[in-house]
Design a protein around this ligand. Structure first.
Ligand SMILES: [Cu+2]
Length: 73
């Protein structure tokens, strides 16, 4: 399955460490090719192979770190 780009809104980030923490956690997920988290925009953009993972798994991984996440269309 091709890699597609997904964007998520994130609530609860306070500093650059928050966005780096999220980048690292998402890049450890199977199927995630890259993650770019933007503190100021309160969002993350993930390149995801949907044959290996779903956008719901990305939300779950972010929420396990203590942030709130929701997919943006
Ligand atoms: Cu922080």
């Amino acid at each position: 399955m091709p890699v597609t780009t997904h964007t998520f809104h994130i609530e609860g980030m306070h500093c650059g460490s928050c966005s780096l923490l999220i980048d690292d956690a998402l890049e450890d997920l199977p199927g995630v090719r890259s993650a770019r988290t933007a503190l100021r925009q309160a969002r993350t953009t993930v390149e995801l192979d949907l044959s290996q993972n779903s956008s719901q798994d990305v939300v779950k991984a972010i929420e396990e770190l203590g942030y709130r996440a929701s997919p943006l269309l």
